[in-house]
Design a protein around this ligand. Structure first.
Ligand code: CTP
Length: 405
Protein backbone atom coordinates (compact mmCIF):
# COMPACT_ATOMS: atom_id res chain seq x y z
CA UNK A 1 0.00 0.00 0.00
CA UNK A 2 1.44 3.34 -1.08
CA UNK A 3 0.62 6.52 0.86
CA UNK A 4 -1.47 8.19 -1.88
CA UNK A 5 -3.02 5.09 -3.46
CA UNK A 6 -6.22 6.05 -5.25
CA UNK A 7 -5.97 9.74 -4.33
CA UNK A 8 -6.66 12.30 -7.07
CA UNK A 9 -4.43 15.34 -7.11
CA UNK A 10 -4.51 18.32 -9.40
CA UNK A 11 -1.02 19.75 -9.93
CA UNK A 12 -1.10 23.31 -11.24
CA UNK A 13 2.09 24.58 -12.85
CA UNK A 14 2.53 28.27 -13.58
CA UNK A 15 5.35 29.88 -15.54
CA UNK A 16 8.47 30.19 -13.43
CA UNK A 17 11.90 28.68 -13.78
CA UNK A 18 11.13 26.43 -10.78
CA UNK A 19 8.65 24.58 -13.00
CA UNK A 20 11.55 22.32 -14.01
CA UNK A 21 11.32 20.91 -10.46
CA UNK A 22 7.57 20.31 -10.80
CA UNK A 23 8.28 17.40 -13.11
CA UNK A 24 10.00 15.68 -10.22
CA UNK A 25 7.07 16.53 -7.93
CA UNK A 26 4.66 14.99 -10.48
CA UNK A 27 6.83 11.89 -10.49
CA UNK A 28 6.93 11.65 -6.68
CA UNK A 29 3.16 12.05 -6.42
CA UNK A 30 2.59 9.36 -9.06
CA UNK A 31 5.08 7.01 -7.40
CA UNK A 32 3.23 7.51 -4.12
CA UNK A 33 0.13 6.13 -5.85
CA UNK A 34 -1.73 9.34 -6.72
CA UNK A 35 -3.57 9.95 -9.95
CA UNK A 36 -2.06 13.28 -10.99
CA UNK A 37 -3.82 15.65 -13.37
CA UNK A 38 -1.46 18.42 -14.46
CA UNK A 39 -2.87 21.79 -15.46
CA UNK A 40 -0.31 24.16 -17.00
CA UNK A 41 -0.58 27.85 -17.71
CA UNK A 42 0.58 29.13 -21.10
CA UNK A 43 3.68 30.70 -19.60
CA UNK A 44 4.56 27.41 -17.85
CA UNK A 45 4.79 25.87 -21.32
CA UNK A 46 7.58 28.34 -22.13
CA UNK A 47 9.67 26.56 -19.49
CA UNK A 48 8.61 22.89 -19.68
CA UNK A 49 6.70 20.97 -22.30
CA UNK A 50 3.41 19.20 -21.51
CA UNK A 51 4.89 15.97 -22.91
CA UNK A 52 7.27 15.87 -19.93
CA UNK A 53 4.35 15.84 -17.49
CA UNK A 54 2.39 13.41 -19.62
CA UNK A 55 5.29 10.97 -19.56
CA UNK A 56 5.80 11.37 -15.82
CA UNK A 57 2.16 11.00 -14.80
CA UNK A 58 0.93 8.70 -17.55
CA UNK A 59 -2.07 10.99 -18.03
CA UNK A 60 -3.06 13.72 -20.47
CA UNK A 61 -1.99 17.21 -19.50
CA UNK A 62 -4.45 20.11 -19.56
CA UNK A 63 -3.37 23.46 -20.91
CA UNK A 64 -6.09 25.34 -22.71
CA UNK A 65 -9.48 26.58 -21.62
CA UNK A 66 -10.94 26.55 -25.11
CA UNK A 67 -10.09 23.28 -26.75
CA UNK A 68 -12.62 21.46 -28.89
CA UNK A 69 -13.77 18.34 -27.10
CA UNK A 70 -12.50 19.58 -23.74
CA UNK A 71 -15.01 22.30 -22.96
CA UNK A 72 -15.89 22.49 -19.28
CA UNK A 73 -12.73 20.59 -18.39
CA UNK A 74 -12.26 22.94 -15.44
CA UNK A 75 -15.54 21.82 -13.89
CA UNK A 76 -14.67 18.14 -14.22
CA UNK A 77 -11.06 18.56 -13.01
CA UNK A 78 -12.19 20.63 -10.05
CA UNK A 79 -14.90 18.13 -9.11
CA UNK A 80 -12.56 15.16 -9.24
CA UNK A 81 -9.58 16.61 -7.35
CA UNK A 82 -9.13 15.69 -3.69
CA UNK A 83 -6.37 18.25 -3.31
CA UNK A 84 -4.82 20.95 -5.46
CA UNK A 85 -1.16 21.91 -5.34
CA UNK A 86 0.14 24.81 -7.37
CA UNK A 87 3.90 24.59 -7.76
CA UNK A 88 5.44 26.88 -8.69
CA UNK A 89 2.91 29.62 -7.98
CA UNK A 90 4.26 32.76 -9.66
CA UNK A 91 3.59 36.29 -8.43
CA UNK A 92 1.19 36.72 -11.36
CA UNK A 93 -0.72 33.52 -10.64
CA UNK A 94 -1.02 34.47 -6.96
CA UNK A 95 -2.31 37.94 -7.93
CA UNK A 96 -4.93 36.51 -10.25
CA UNK A 97 -6.03 33.83 -7.80
CA UNK A 98 -6.25 36.38 -4.97
CA UNK A 99 -8.66 38.44 -7.11
CA UNK A 100 -10.80 35.49 -8.10
CA UNK A 101 -9.96 35.79 -11.78
CA UNK A 102 -10.74 32.80 -13.95
CA UNK A 103 -9.25 33.74 -17.31
CA UNK A 104 -7.26 30.55 -17.84
CA UNK A 105 -7.79 26.89 -17.10
CA UNK A 106 -5.82 26.84 -13.82
CA UNK A 107 -7.51 29.83 -12.19
CA UNK A 108 -10.88 28.60 -13.51
CA UNK A 109 -10.25 25.23 -11.82
CA UNK A 110 -9.46 27.02 -8.57
CA UNK A 111 -12.76 28.89 -8.60
CA UNK A 112 -14.68 25.84 -9.71
CA UNK A 113 -13.50 23.85 -6.67
CA UNK A 114 -15.50 26.20 -4.47
CA UNK A 115 -14.62 27.80 -1.15
CA UNK A 116 -12.54 25.87 1.34
CA UNK A 117 -14.88 27.21 4.04
CA UNK A 118 -17.63 25.10 2.47
CA UNK A 119 -15.68 21.88 2.45
CA UNK A 120 -13.90 22.31 -0.89
CA UNK A 121 -10.71 20.29 -1.31
CA UNK A 122 -7.55 21.76 0.21
CA UNK A 123 -5.33 23.93 -1.97
CA UNK A 124 -1.60 24.43 -1.46
CA UNK A 125 0.24 27.32 -3.11
CA UNK A 126 3.99 26.93 -3.43
CA UNK A 127 5.26 30.38 -4.38
CA UNK A 128 8.57 30.67 -6.22
CA UNK A 129 9.93 33.90 -7.65
CA UNK A 130 12.65 36.50 -7.50
CA UNK A 131 13.24 37.65 -3.90
CA UNK A 132 12.20 41.25 -4.57
CA UNK A 133 8.99 40.14 -6.25
CA UNK A 134 8.24 37.96 -3.20
CA UNK A 135 9.04 40.77 -0.74
CA UNK A 136 6.87 43.29 -2.65
CA UNK A 137 3.92 44.53 -0.63
CA UNK A 138 1.58 43.58 -3.48
CA UNK A 139 2.72 39.95 -3.39
CA UNK A 140 2.63 39.85 0.40
CA UNK A 141 -0.92 41.24 0.34
CA UNK A 142 -1.90 38.61 -2.22
CA UNK A 143 -0.34 35.92 -0.02
CA UNK A 144 -2.38 37.13 2.98
CA UNK A 145 -5.52 37.26 0.87
CA UNK A 146 -4.98 33.69 -0.32
CA UNK A 147 -4.56 32.56 3.31
CA UNK A 148 -7.76 34.42 4.27
CA UNK A 149 -9.53 32.50 1.51
CA UNK A 150 -8.53 29.28 3.28
CA UNK A 151 -5.68 28.30 0.96
CA UNK A 152 -2.44 26.99 2.37
CA UNK A 153 0.80 28.63 1.36
CA UNK A 154 4.28 27.24 1.71
CA UNK A 155 6.88 29.91 2.51
CA UNK A 156 9.57 30.05 -0.17
CA UNK A 157 13.03 29.05 0.96
CA UNK A 158 16.15 31.14 1.08
CA UNK A 159 18.63 29.97 -1.50
CA UNK A 160 20.29 30.60 -4.83
CA UNK A 161 17.88 32.25 -7.27
CA UNK A 162 17.88 32.00 -11.04
CA UNK A 163 19.74 34.31 -13.42
CA UNK A 164 22.67 35.01 -11.11
CA UNK A 165 20.35 36.95 -8.81
CA UNK A 166 22.21 35.85 -5.69
CA UNK A 167 20.29 34.34 -2.84
CA UNK A 168 17.19 35.42 -0.99
CA UNK A 169 13.75 34.16 -0.03
CA UNK A 170 11.95 33.10 -3.19
CA UNK A 171 13.22 29.61 -3.96
CA UNK A 172 10.73 26.81 -4.34
CA UNK A 173 11.11 24.14 -1.62
CA UNK A 174 12.37 20.78 -2.83
CA UNK A 175 9.75 18.42 -4.31
CA UNK A 176 10.19 16.00 -1.36
CA UNK A 177 9.22 18.79 1.05
CA UNK A 178 6.17 19.69 -1.06
CA UNK A 179 5.20 16.01 -1.16
CA UNK A 180 5.27 15.87 2.65
CA UNK A 181 2.97 18.91 2.81
CA UNK A 182 0.55 17.30 0.34
CA UNK A 183 0.56 14.27 2.67
CA UNK A 184 -0.37 16.52 5.59
CA UNK A 185 -3.21 18.03 3.53
CA UNK A 186 -4.64 14.64 2.65
CA UNK A 187 -4.21 12.74 5.92
CA UNK A 188 -6.84 12.66 8.65
CA UNK A 189 -5.96 15.46 11.06
CA UNK A 190 -6.73 13.42 14.19
CA UNK A 191 -3.71 14.79 16.08
CA UNK A 192 -4.34 18.40 15.07
CA UNK A 193 -2.59 20.85 17.44
CA UNK A 194 -1.48 18.05 19.75
CA UNK A 195 2.04 18.46 21.08
CA UNK A 196 3.97 15.31 20.32
CA UNK A 197 7.56 14.69 21.47
CA UNK A 198 9.45 11.86 19.79
CA UNK A 199 12.98 10.69 20.49
CA UNK A 200 15.03 8.91 17.84
CA UNK A 201 18.40 7.42 17.16
CA UNK A 202 21.26 6.42 19.42
CA UNK A 203 23.21 8.60 21.81
CA UNK A 204 26.98 8.70 22.13
CA UNK A 205 29.03 8.60 25.30
CA UNK A 206 32.65 9.72 25.01
CA UNK A 207 35.53 7.38 25.86
CA UNK A 208 38.15 9.97 24.98
CA UNK A 209 38.05 13.12 22.79
CA UNK A 210 37.74 11.07 19.55
CA UNK A 211 36.04 7.79 20.52
CA UNK A 212 32.60 7.02 21.83
CA UNK A 213 30.30 4.23 22.98
CA UNK A 214 27.03 3.95 21.05
CA UNK A 215 24.71 1.41 19.40
CA UNK A 216 23.30 0.45 15.99
CA UNK A 217 20.10 2.52 16.18
CA UNK A 218 19.50 4.36 12.88
CA UNK A 219 16.61 6.57 14.01
CA UNK A 220 14.28 5.13 11.33
CA UNK A 221 11.48 4.17 13.74
CA UNK A 222 11.50 7.49 15.60
CA UNK A 223 11.64 9.61 12.44
CA UNK A 224 8.77 7.56 10.96
CA UNK A 225 6.64 8.28 14.04
CA UNK A 226 7.60 11.97 13.97
CA UNK A 227 6.75 12.26 10.24
CA UNK A 228 3.41 10.50 10.66
CA UNK A 229 2.44 12.61 13.71
CA UNK A 230 3.19 15.83 11.79
CA UNK A 231 1.22 14.56 8.79
CA UNK A 232 -1.70 13.94 11.14
CA UNK A 233 -1.66 17.56 12.27
CA UNK A 234 0.51 17.48 15.41
CA UNK A 235 3.18 19.98 16.46
CA UNK A 236 6.14 17.67 16.67
CA UNK A 237 9.44 18.01 18.50
CA UNK A 238 11.99 15.42 17.51
CA UNK A 239 14.74 14.95 20.07
CA UNK A 240 17.36 13.32 17.90
CA UNK A 241 20.66 11.68 18.60
CA UNK A 242 23.03 11.38 15.60
CA UNK A 243 20.72 10.01 12.88
CA UNK A 244 21.58 8.02 9.76
CA UNK A 245 18.71 9.64 7.88
CA UNK A 246 17.40 13.18 7.38
CA UNK A 247 14.90 14.58 9.86
CA UNK A 248 11.38 14.73 8.42
CA UNK A 249 9.71 17.85 7.05
CA UNK A 250 7.76 20.00 9.46
CA UNK A 251 9.19 18.83 12.79
CA UNK A 252 11.25 20.90 15.21
CA UNK A 253 14.53 19.10 15.74
CA UNK A 254 16.45 19.25 19.01
CA UNK A 255 19.80 17.64 18.24
CA UNK A 256 21.54 15.93 21.15
CA UNK A 257 24.60 13.78 21.54
CA UNK A 258 24.71 12.17 24.98
CA UNK A 259 22.03 10.42 27.03
CA UNK A 260 22.18 13.23 29.57
CA UNK A 261 21.50 15.82 26.86
CA UNK A 262 18.59 13.71 25.61
CA UNK A 263 17.23 13.46 29.15
CA UNK A 264 17.43 17.24 29.57
CA UNK A 265 15.71 17.89 26.22
CA UNK A 266 12.89 15.46 27.05
CA UNK A 267 12.55 16.92 30.56
CA UNK A 268 12.14 20.40 29.04
CA UNK A 269 9.57 19.34 26.43
CA UNK A 270 7.49 16.81 28.38
CA UNK A 271 5.54 19.08 30.78
CA UNK A 272 3.75 20.70 27.77
CA UNK A 273 3.39 17.54 25.68
CA UNK A 274 0.27 15.49 25.00
CA UNK A 275 2.35 12.55 23.81
CA UNK A 276 5.88 11.23 24.29
CA UNK A 277 7.10 8.42 22.04
CA UNK A 278 10.45 7.26 23.32
CA UNK A 279 11.81 5.49 20.23
CA UNK A 280 15.46 6.38 20.83
CA UNK A 281 18.03 3.86 21.96
CA UNK A 282 20.03 5.94 24.42
CA UNK A 283 23.39 4.51 25.39
CA UNK A 284 22.90 2.82 28.76
CA UNK A 285 26.50 3.08 29.90
CA UNK A 286 29.11 5.78 29.98
CA UNK A 287 32.75 5.85 30.89
CA UNK A 288 32.97 6.78 34.56
CA UNK A 289 35.93 9.00 33.71
CA UNK A 290 36.44 9.63 29.96
CA UNK A 291 40.13 10.07 29.13
CA UNK A 292 40.97 13.77 28.74
CA UNK A 293 43.29 13.09 25.78
CA UNK A 294 43.29 10.47 23.03
CA UNK A 295 44.06 7.02 24.39
CA UNK A 296 47.14 5.53 22.71
CA UNK A 297 46.46 2.10 21.23
CA UNK A 298 49.66 0.85 22.86
CA UNK A 299 48.07 1.34 26.31
CA UNK A 300 45.41 -1.45 25.92
CA UNK A 301 43.10 0.49 28.24
CA UNK A 302 40.67 -0.80 30.82
CA UNK A 303 37.77 1.47 31.69
CA UNK A 304 35.10 1.56 34.35
CA UNK A 305 31.54 2.24 33.20
CA UNK A 306 28.52 3.54 35.04
CA UNK A 307 24.86 3.71 34.08
CA UNK A 308 23.47 6.74 32.25
CA UNK A 309 20.17 8.29 33.25
CA UNK A 310 17.07 6.21 32.54
CA UNK A 311 15.20 8.91 30.66
CA UNK A 312 11.71 7.42 30.86
CA UNK A 313 12.02 6.59 34.53
CA UNK A 314 13.25 10.08 35.40
CA UNK A 315 10.91 12.11 33.22
CA UNK A 316 7.62 10.15 33.09
CA UNK A 317 6.53 11.34 36.57
CA UNK A 318 6.60 14.93 35.24
CA UNK A 319 4.13 14.33 32.44
CA UNK A 320 1.09 16.54 32.25
CA UNK A 321 -2.24 15.02 33.31
CA UNK A 322 -3.73 12.95 30.52
CA UNK A 323 -0.50 12.76 28.51
CA UNK A 324 0.23 9.44 26.79
CA UNK A 325 3.71 7.94 27.01
CA UNK A 326 4.89 5.13 24.77
CA UNK A 327 8.17 3.30 25.17
CA UNK A 328 9.94 0.62 23.15
CA UNK A 329 11.45 -2.56 24.47
CA UNK A 330 14.16 -4.33 22.53
CA UNK A 331 14.48 -7.79 23.99
CA UNK A 332 16.19 -11.03 23.15
CA UNK A 333 14.49 -13.38 25.67
CA UNK A 334 10.89 -13.67 26.72
CA UNK A 335 10.09 -10.41 24.93
CA UNK A 336 6.44 -9.93 25.93
CA UNK A 337 6.95 -10.68 29.64
CA UNK A 338 9.94 -8.32 29.79
CA UNK A 339 7.92 -5.69 27.92
CA UNK A 340 5.09 -5.94 30.46
CA UNK A 341 7.56 -5.55 33.30
CA UNK A 342 8.94 -2.39 31.63
CA UNK A 343 5.44 -1.00 31.09
CA UNK A 344 4.71 -1.32 34.82
CA UNK A 345 8.10 -0.25 36.18
CA UNK A 346 8.37 2.82 33.92
CA UNK A 347 4.68 3.77 34.31
CA UNK A 348 3.97 3.75 30.57
CA UNK A 349 0.67 3.66 28.68
CA UNK A 350 2.01 1.61 25.82
CA UNK A 351 5.06 -0.50 25.14
CA UNK A 352 6.09 -1.58 21.65
CA UNK A 353 8.09 -4.76 22.04
CA UNK A 354 10.37 -6.20 19.43
CA UNK A 355 12.59 -9.22 19.54
CA UNK A 356 16.11 -8.16 18.62
CA UNK A 357 17.03 -11.67 17.51
CA UNK A 358 14.32 -11.80 14.82
CA UNK A 359 15.23 -11.15 11.16
CA UNK A 360 13.70 -7.97 9.72
CA UNK A 361 12.97 -6.48 13.15
CA UNK A 362 14.75 -4.08 15.46
CA UNK A 363 17.56 -1.63 14.75
CA UNK A 364 18.83 -0.37 11.37
CA UNK A 365 16.36 -2.21 9.09
CA UNK A 366 13.33 -0.61 7.39
CA UNK A 367 10.86 -3.14 8.77
CA UNK A 368 9.76 -4.26 12.20
CA UNK A 369 7.62 -6.96 13.78
CA UNK A 370 6.27 -5.90 17.12
CA UNK A 371 3.76 -6.63 19.81
CA UNK A 372 1.99 -3.66 21.34
CA UNK A 373 1.18 -3.91 25.04
CA UNK A 374 -1.13 -1.44 26.76
CA UNK A 375 -1.57 -0.39 30.34
CA UNK A 376 -5.12 -1.75 30.09
CA UNK A 377 -3.69 -5.27 29.58
CA UNK A 378 -4.20 -5.69 25.82
CA UNK A 379 -1.59 -7.57 23.78
CA UNK A 380 -1.63 -6.90 20.03
CA UNK A 381 0.69 -8.98 17.88
CA UNK A 382 1.40 -7.34 14.52
CA UNK A 383 2.89 -8.89 11.38
CA UNK A 384 6.18 -7.83 9.80
CA UNK A 385 5.69 -4.41 8.21
CA UNK A 386 7.49 -1.23 7.19
CA UNK A 387 8.41 1.09 10.04
CA UNK A 388 6.50 3.83 8.20
CA UNK A 389 3.32 1.69 8.37
CA UNK A 390 3.93 0.72 11.99
CA UNK A 391 4.30 4.42 12.88
CA UNK A 392 0.68 5.02 11.86
CA UNK A 393 -0.59 2.04 13.85
CA UNK A 394 1.24 3.25 16.97
CA UNK A 395 -0.32 6.70 16.48
CA UNK A 396 -3.77 5.14 15.98
CA UNK A 397 -3.43 3.48 19.40
CA UNK A 398 -2.11 6.66 20.99
CA UNK A 399 -4.89 8.71 19.39
CA UNK A 400 -7.51 6.33 20.82
CA UNK A 401 -6.01 6.69 24.32
CA UNK A 402 -5.96 10.51 24.01
CA UNK A 403 -9.61 10.55 23.03
CA UNK A 404 -10.54 8.40 26.04
CA UNK A 405 -9.01 10.94 28.45
N1 CTP B 1 15.27 4.27 27.55
C1 CTP B 1 15.38 5.38 28.35
N2 CTP B 1 16.57 5.70 28.92
C2 CTP B 1 17.63 4.93 28.73
C3 CTP B 1 17.53 3.78 27.93
C4 CTP B 1 16.32 3.47 27.36
O1 CTP B 1 14.39 6.08 28.54
N3 CTP B 1 18.79 5.26 29.29
C5 CTP B 1 13.98 3.97 26.93
C6 CTP B 1 14.03 3.56 25.46
O2 CTP B 1 13.90 4.68 24.63
C7 CTP B 1 12.85 2.65 25.32
C8 CTP B 1 12.72 2.03 26.70
O3 CTP B 1 13.48 2.85 27.58
O4 CTP B 1 11.66 3.34 25.04
C9 CTP B 1 13.24 0.63 26.80
O5 CTP B 1 14.56 0.52 26.47
P1 CTP B 1 15.37 -0.86 26.62
O6 CTP B 1 16.80 -0.54 26.29
O7 CTP B 1 14.70 -1.94 25.90
O8 CTP B 1 15.22 -1.17 28.12
P2 CTP B 1 15.94 -0.72 29.42
O9 CTP B 1 14.91 -0.09 30.27
O10 CTP B 1 17.15 0.07 29.13
O11 CTP B 1 16.23 -2.09 30.17
P3 CTP B 1 17.16 -3.35 29.95
O12 CTP B 1 18.44 -2.89 29.31
O13 CTP B 1 17.32 -3.82 31.31
O14 CTP B 1 16.37 -4.28 29.07
Amino acid sequence: MRPFDGRRILLGVSGGIASYKSGWLARLLSQAGAQVDVVMTRSAMEFVGPITFEALTGRPVHCEMFEVGQALDHIRLAREAEAIVIAPATADLMARAAQGQAGDLLTACLLATGSTANGAPPVLFVPAMNDRMWAHLQTQRNASRLRELGYRLLEPEIGMLAAGEGSGPGRMPEPETILAHVGRMLDRPDLRDRKVVVTAGPTREPLDPVRYLSNRSSGKMGTAVAAAAWRRGANVTLVAGPLEIAAPTGVTVVAVESTEQMRDAVARALPDADVLVMAAAPADFRAAAPAPSKIKKSTAPTMTFSNTADILRETAPHRRRGAVIAGFALETDDAVASGRAKLASKDLDLVIVNDASEAGAGMSVDTNRVTILTRGGETEELPLMLKTELADIILDRIGALLRER
